[in-house]
Design a binder for this molecule. Structure first.
Ligand code: ZN
Length: 349
């Protein structure tokens, strides 16, 4: 027990426990720590288990400016600071509060904002006809599910899955893996909004024998469109079927599954939208219907021919197989291949 915790006011203590229960807040804390380390420490080393840098209490070794013996340990039961030079140790909240009060304030106000937004979204997400008992139960179930989502970087099986599919590390490092409960054996793809808060998630089975392949957050009136809040609506927004494919396409959103309605009211937010659906039977059939309605769709046949690539079923497969080694579909690459010409319909038969 660090000495700091003993003199914290009670309200702060209660807050601390609820704070650490939330994935959103853990992310806030982690990003605030990175922020501090980038700003005030020159030489920082990070692994999945700790940050290592020169101790800010004792100033670390006087003889060698390269020695760094201050650690932030990312322990599952709570992160803490420890110096192997002066022996100083402190809970992470105390370390931040006493050494970097401005950052700490920033972190706390982020947590409070998360809390307000949570309360707000619970008010709006749950239909009024449900009674109070159901409301409490839904909220409870949801929070106990979220507790089973763990930082993906600790799970080789999930990291390998993402690496094998060439998903950029800066994208998948914000995802999760679940090894117990309802979402056991699934990669959890969170849908972040523009405030770095998760509004939805999709669980994709990666352990063998887990059925169905996809399982998602349950609830009514949830926005299940990936990247919905993160695209530039003044630009063309490219609509895909799956979140993983969307990680390889500039300014794109993903509907979860081709059978989901394309005329969802939510989609009205995008005035300039076009469709890059899977290169399979379903995707082509849907593309044809869209062309008939005057919508722009992606012409896979022409695209694969120009890029001298064998047939692929979706964007991810293209990224893995294309001979030019393209890792992202930029506007420049994609733009020439969208069509809403009636005469191109033969490409989709
Ligand atoms: Zn020290």
């Amino acid at each position: 027990m660090s000495q700091g915790r003993l003199i914290l006011p009670l309200t702060f203590l209660t807050m601390k426990f609820t704070l650490l229960d939330s994935i959103q807040n853990k992310f806030l804390m982690e990003s605030e720590i990175r922020n501090i380390l980038n700003t005030y420490f020159r030489d920082v080393y990070e692994t999945n288990d700790y940050f290592n840098f020169r101790c800010n209490y004792c100033g670390d070794s006087q003889k060698s400016k390269y020695k760094k013996r201050g650690y932030i340990i990312k322990d599952a039961s709570g992160w803490y600071y420890k110096c192997h030079n002066c022996g100083k140790s402190a809970g992470i909240m105390w370390w931040m509060k006493t050494n970097f009060p401005v950052n700490f304030k920033h972190f706390i106000s982020g947590c409070l904002k998360n809390k307000r937004e949570d309360e707000q979204s619970q008010k709006t997400e749950i239909p009024v006809y449900k009674n109070i008992m159901t409301q409490k139960k839904t909220a409870h179930d949801e929070s106990s599910i979220i507790k089973t989502f763990k930082n993906i970087m600790k799970f080789d099986i999930a990291v390998e899955y993402c690496e094998k599919r060439k998903i950029p590390k800066e994208v998948y490092s914000k995802w999760f893996y679940c090894e117990s409960g309802k979402f056991r054996g699934r990669l959890i793809i969170p849908f972040y909004n523009d405030k770095n808060k998760i509004h939805y998630y999709q669980g994709r089975a990666i352990l063998p024998g887990i059925e169905p392949r996809y399982d998602s957050r349950k609830g009514s009136n949830l926005n299940s469109i990936y990247n919905y809040y993160l695209v530039d609506c003044d630009e063309w927004v490219t609509v895909l079927e799956g979140p993983i494919d969307a990680t390889f396409v500039d300014n794109s959103v993903a509907l979860t599954g081709v059978h989901k309605s394309f005329d969802d009211e939510l989609m009205n937010r995008f005035t300039k939208k076009r469709y890059l659906l899977d290169n399979d039977k379903d995707g082509r059939a849907k593309s044809l219907t869209l062309i008939m309605n005057g919508e722009k769709v992606f012409n896979w046949k022409k695209f694969l021919k120009d890029y001298e690539c064998d047939s692929v079923k979706d964007v991810n497969e293209f990224i893995l197989k294309n001979p030019k080694g393209i890792t992202k579909l930029t506007m420049d690459i994609m733009n020439p291949y969208f069509t809403n010409s009636y005469f191109d319909k033969a490409y989709f038969l």
